[in-house]
Design a protein around this ligand. Sequence first.
Ligand code: HEC
Ligand code: HEC
Length: 189
Amino acid sequence: MQRKTPLVVGLFALGLIGITAFVLGMQYGRQSDLQPGTAAPTLADAKPLPPVSIVPGPGSQQIDAIRRGAAIDQEIPPPAMARVENTDVKRNRAYPMQPPTIPHSIDNYQVDLNSNRCLLCHSRANADKFQAPPISVTHYMDRDDQFLATISPRRYFCNQCHVVQTDAQPLVANNFQDIDSVLANEKAH
Ligand code: HEC
Ligand code: HEC
């Protein structure tokens, strides 16, 4: 114990010097050192932000349409679940590369590491038995456009791209124009 006293005193002195240097730096250090050439902005320089309406009114630009204009701190009753269209009627594709929507229900169709229910009907081998359209050639291509013998891993999880058709209304307005109407407009002018 006795022999350690000089060490304790030394450490204490060192700490005291450190704290003093820190306080002096806070008091007298130049703020402009932080940003060369410009003085650091103070609170007095701050301009008030333009007013933002947190509660979007019916006419305003809604950021989150899913909240349907409700205040951020309010809980709103969820909309009714959309009904799945299980009618086998295909919808048109909005553009050639659109993954077609699914014209049948897919309740309880399991897709995981061990089984892929979609491929039961949509694989090349079974498509005739179920009269289902087989997955197209793109589903066999890897990212270097090489054709694989079986479905490409990046096309394995069908629901990543294909969604079931429902009677849900669009959540946000959409002014997408089909290329056919774009071309027709161009021709007309
Ligand atoms: C029991 C067989 C069967 C299963 C399982 C099945 N489908 Fe189908 N699918 C069909 C048939 C048959 C059609 C043709 C339209 C119809 O009759 O509904 C079809 C149509 C489709 C289409 C429309 C293709 C187009 O050209 O418009 C898509 C997309 C599709 N299925 C995706 C899926 C996905 C994704 C799964 C798994 C979640 C799945 N299907 C599971 C039989 C099946
Ligand atoms: C990465 C997105 C993606 C995944 C994952 C995917 N598809 Fe597709 N699928 C597409 C696109 C895009 C098209 C339309 C263009 C094409 O044929 O590539 C399509 C087309 C289809 C078609 C119509 C084929 C035709 O000849 O018209 C069927 C059926 C289909 N997919 C079924 C499936 C099934 C079943 C799975 C899962 C095993 C699956 N898809 C996984 C993107 C995907």
